[in-house]
Design a binder for this molecule. Structure first.
Ligand SMILES: [Zn+2]
Length: 445
């Protein structure tokens, strides 16, 4: 009997609903009710509401006042040019909803694989819809609120020891979740990880594709005895060889989630192996990377997202920087949500220390987000002993650059990190701007 799961389901959630008006379960139920029929209508209604809100309260979109939004919401959306992050960065206040008071805003920064963080705002309702989209997807795999989860993730690096202890307690007793740090997976602890998995008996694993794979590679032997419901990979492209490794190691379904910090959970894989869009929460368009004209289903292009749940800082047709394609064939599972082909492009963001320890490259992204002068950053590890930190700053700030270098260096013992300030960093051939990249094959120490 999992007492903590019962506690989360029957005490934590009802209390949150009663006292903080948390709506995650209600939103999840709403999404589940429309996945087989009605999602398109919900999307259309929300798009009209969202564009009307943009016209009334968001300075950047005043031009929408002259567009008959209600008559043709999708046509109205097409009158707007695709929105690059640079445009928001130039005049962020133009994108703020003037009606939402500052105290209701949640600040966040885009991160992950794009390498060029963007500061943006959300509301709590916004976050609840994101979580609901994830819970709906998880429910397709019989994972429910409070299911035991082992997360291979970046534990918050900015916390002190006591705060970290509190964070871990909250994770364990409010979310039934244990976090294994993706920043310090250590081959010497292989047996300890296997013991932790056996003792905790998670229902599912959740984490970055590369971090989950690092764990799978480190474990001394496959662990089919865990009888996991799923391994859920997120935040990075899941390569076929990674999927195969995870399936081999854990003998369970490997599930791909496609999401972005600045757009929510956009697609989730169903048991038929297809990725369904969260159609109710967002409009996802695939555009020609050069002309930004829509491309036909089945053709890969750049992803533009209109997040219908973000009233605080609307960004219709926001260019996420990912490459993907829509899949025109309906899914036999019966869910009518449109299908996305697995997003393309693969990154190698896992760094390796000379002693064999693996450190997830998102660390660089996470640390750099704390420095206001950092516009773009990339750590290039050319061999186990050497890495170069490329840095683009909005204005020259040697002190911040050195502080960031020291922080990164401290977390990569044995790797000599040198700093090079540059005027720009070219994207990878895939088009992605990686925060960290390793240019040699992983080695067994
Ligand atoms: Zn399906």
């Amino acid at each position: 009997m999992d007492w903590i799961k019962l506690w989360v389901e029957h005490v934590v959630y009802p209390l949150m609903e009663r006292f903080t008006h948390n709506r995650v379960r209600a939103c999840t139920a709403a999404l589940l009710a429309t996945e087989r029929t009605g999602a398109a209508q919900v999307q259309l209604r929300r798009l009209a509401e969202h564009l009307n809100l943009c016209a009334r309260h968001v300075p950047a979109f005043r031009a929408l006042r002259d567009v008959p939004v209600d008559a043709d919401p999708f046509g109205a959306l097409q009158t707007l040019a695709p929105l690059a992050k640079a445009a928001i960065r130039r005049a962020p206040e133009q994108f703020r909803n003037e009606e939402i008071p500052a105290h209701a805003l949640i600040e966040n920064r885009s991160g992950g694989s794009t390498g060029e963080p963007l500061r943006f705002f959300m509301t709590r309702q916004n976050v609840e819809w994101y979580e609901a989209a994830r819970w709906r997807g998880l429910s397709w795999w019989n994972i429910t609120f409070g299911s035991r989860c082992l997360m291979v993730w970046g534990a918050p690096v900015e916390l002190g020891r006591m705060q970290l202890a509190r964070f871990r307690l909250r994770e364990r007793f409010l979310k039934n979740r244990v976090i294994l740090s993706a920043y310090g997976l250590d081959v010497r602890k292989a047996d300890a990880y296997a013991r932790l998995l056996r003792r905790f008996r998670p229902e599912y694993l959740y984490g970055y594709a590369s971090a989950l794979c690092a764990l799978a590679q480190i474990l001394p032997a496959p662990m089919p005895e865990l009888r996991l419901k799923a391994v859920v990979s997120t935040a990075e492209t899941l390569a076929p060889e990674q999927r195969a490794l995870l399936a081999r190691t854990f003998a369970c379904p490997v599930v791909n989630e496609y999401g972005a910090r600045d757009a929510g959970i956009l697609a989730f894989e169903c048991p038929c192996g297809r990725m369904h869009l969260t159609q109710e929460n967002a409009v996802l368009e695939i555009l020609d990377p050069v002309t930004h004209a829509p491309v036909p289903p089945g053709t890969a292009g750049t992803v533009a997202v209109t997040d219908l749940t973000n009233d605080a800082m609307p960004r219709p047709r926001y260019l996420l920087g990912d490459i993907a394609a829509l899949d025109p064939a309906p899914c036999p599972c019966g869910r009518r949500l449109p299908v996305l082909c697995p997003p393309e492009g693969r990154e190698d963001a896992l760094l390796q220390l000379p002693d064999g320890t693996l450190v997830h490259g998102s660390l660089v992204d996470k640390l750099s987000r704390r420095y206001g002068s950092v516009r773009q950053v990339r750590l290039e590890q050319n061999d186990p002993g050497h890495a170069e930190l490329l840095l683009v700053q909005t204005m020259r700030d040697a002190e911040q650059a050195q502080a960031l270098l020291r922080e990164i260096q401290a977390r990569l013992p044995g790797v000599q990190v040198t700093l090079r300030t540059v005027s720009s960093i070219a994207p990878e051939p895939s088009g992605k701007r990686l925060c960290a990249t390793r240019r040699f094959p992983l080695r067994r120490p």
